[in-house]
Design a binder for this molecule. Structure first.
Ligand SMILES: Cc1cc2nc3c(=O)[nH]c(=O)nc-3n(C[C@H](O)[C@H](O)[C@H](O)COP(=O)(O)OP(=O)(O)OC[C@H]3O[C@@H](n4cnc5c(N)ncnc54)[C@H](O)[C@@H]3O)c2cc1C
Length: 227
């Protein structure tokens, strides 16, 4: 199966024009710049758009990526300073994630919304000298057509991916994602038993690929490094 990069990462504003088929079977996607990408599977995904229009004229730094905030969840003003009394949490927040060297991320997961709201509420009450940092490790799980998917980290940042346990053919596996030689994320498909171990690898920015991790059987034990 061909796995082309998403169109957005190849040309910025490239759009899907048509899905080409041959005798009823999907075979390629045609983009607005005329490119045709051959593939035998098409996955259509919908994103979310932050509702920030109502902040126009407020002086806050809001845009298509969300409402920018600092690591303490304080909303950023357009002059680049954090607002002392306005805090941000959840899908709408665009924040510098300490785990990824301060790179700005927007995490559309239920658990981030809960944790960021907890930090924001705590910081509202704490006073400027006792602010907590939102250093959340992105995680989510979901059931899709009786398949359980679990994820830790931010796979969208990766430049490499490898199957660490199980196999695609078995329909049960863990894929780990690396960027510049460091583990940044892991996704399990019906293989979630060791996700705490992979969370540890992401949190500690472990070397990618981790040397001892590759196993082929779903019965394998996690490597000792997880302790
Ligand atoms: C179809 C779908 C499936 C998902 N599945 C998963 C999953 O499996 N696992 C997972 O972790 N996450 C999942 N998510 C994401 C998860 O639902 C969100 O991350 C989470 O709800 C974010 O919470 P929030 O409070 O930041 O935003 P929301 O839950 O979107 O709440 C924002 C609220 O603000 C209100 N609002 C917006 N603008 C205004 C305004 N101007 N004035 C007043 N009110 C306003 C909205 O109506 C809404 O009620 C899913 C999301 C969708 C859409």
């Amino acid at each position: 199966m061909a796995r082309p990069k998403p169109a957005a990462s190849e040309g910025g504003h490239n759009q899907v024009l048509t899905l080409e088929d041959e005798t009823g079977a999907f075979r390629a996607v045609r983009l607005s710049d005329g490119t045709e990408i051959a593939a035998d599977l098409c996955i259509v995904a919908m994103g979310a758009q932050p509702n920030v229009e109502w902040l126009d004229g407020s002086g806050l730094d809001a845009g298509p990526g969300g409402l920018r905030c600092d690591v303490h969840c304080r909303a950023m003003s357009q002059d680049g300073t954090p607002h002392p009394f306005i805090f941000t949490a959840g899908d709408v927040a665009l924040w510098p994630c300490p785990l990824y060297g301060g790179e700005e991320v927007s995490i559309g997961h239920w658990s981030n919304a809960v944790e960021q709201a907890r930090i924001a509420a705590s910081n509202m009450l704490a006073g400027a000298d006792r602010l907590q940092i939102h250093s959340y490790l992105p995680t989510f799980w979901s059931n899709q057509a009786r398949v359980t998917v679990k994820a830790v980290g931010h796979a969208g940042l990766a430049d490499e991916v490898k199957v660490a346990q199980g196999a695609l053919e078995e329909g049960r596996f863990v894929a780990i994602y690396g960027r510049q030689g460091k583990v940044v994320a892991a996704v399990s498909v019906d293989y979630g038993l060791y996700m705490e171990h992979y969370a540890y690898l992401v949190r500690t920015c472990a070397e990618f690929p981790p040397p001892s991790i590759f196993h082929n059987s779903v019965e394998d034990e996690p490597p000792e490094a997880s302790a």
